[in-house]
Design a protein around this ligand. Structure first.
Ligand code: ADP
Ligand code: ADP
Length: 227
């Protein structure tokens, strides 16, 4: 049994102007210790796919299992979300708290513990040790992105969902992030969405999504990372 299993998943959004089929028959499974890189143009359904795993969006058709559970009712969704580290594109730090306070607050809200030494070690590896006592709005875009990643990793999640982890980062800091994610490869299962071809390094498989459909069956086909 995979950590994440999708079977013929369809997602429809209703909007003022009509409905959008964001996912159209997605089937895949993520095994223990595996990393899947999800690529595809903007609007192809990558973020939606992550939100379905988190139970934030309900499919109109198909089956989803995460840790063997269906993220359907509120309680299961919560249980699933507290075991997942989700890096969003927009970030989720609270401006009134420092980075360090955010990390503690985040873990507490999830009913999880933080190992201070481990967080300091991760902060060093991500090159954000110097900003732990600053507020999010005092950081550069790149520092904030790495601080957000630190927060998401800080309570040792069982599954990582990372939405564009290297966007906003220059080449040097992208490398910092990719090197760190490489150390998680094989131990923590991950789904990473990205346009960054360097992330291929940390992935076992590539899922190419176009218009809500997996365009090529996983993995072996040559990569297309056009936006
Ligand atoms: P990204 O593409 O960076 O992952 P989002 O997931 O926020 O960004 O949005 C992707 C696309 O979905 C964008 O084109 C955005 O305009 C559209 N979108 C997001 N939220 C809504 C919404 N509530 N209603 C209509 N369209 C939306
Ligand atoms: P990606 O992450 O690949 O950019 P998304 O999953 O954000 O793609 O979006 C997939 C499709 O669903 C797009 O057509 C987008 O406009 C639409 N969409 C995304 N979020 C919403 C939303 N909250 N309401 C309505 N439409 C949305």
């Amino acid at each position: 049994m995979g950590v994440v299993e999708f079977e013929d998943v369809f997602v429809k959004y209703e909007t003022y102007t009509g409905s959008v089929l964001a996912l159209r028959g997605i089937t895949f499974s993520l095994g223990e210790g595996e990393t899947i890189l999800v690529v595809g143009p903007s609007g192809s359904g990558k973020t939606t796919l992550l939100r379905v795993i988190l139970g934030l969006v309900q499919p109109m058709h198909g089956t989803v299992r995460v840790f063997g559970m269906e993220p359907r009712d509120g309680k299961t969704g919560l249980e699933i979300r507290r075991r997942i580290g989700y890096l969003t594109q927009e970030g989720k730090m609270i401006p009134e708290l420092t980075v360090w306070e955010n990390i503690i607050f985040y873990a507490k809200g999830r009913g999880r513990k933080v190992d201070e030494n481990r967080v300091r070690e991760l902060a060093r590896e991500l090159n954000v040790e110097a900003v732990l006592n600053k507020h999010p709005n005092q950081l550069s875009g790149g520092e904030l992105k790495r601080a957000e990643l630190l927060m998401v990793l800080s309570d040792e999640p069982e599954l990582l969902l990372l939405d564009e982890p290297t966007s906003m980062l220059d080449a040097e800091n992208s490398k910092v992030v990719i090197d760190l994610l490489s150390t998680f490869k094989g131990s923590v299962p991950m789904i990473v969405t990205s346009h960054d071809p360097r992330l291929v390094e940390v992935s076992n498989r590539i899922l190419e999504v176009t218009g809500g459909v997996v365009r090529k069956p996983e993995g072996t086909a040559p990569l297309s990372l056009k936006d």
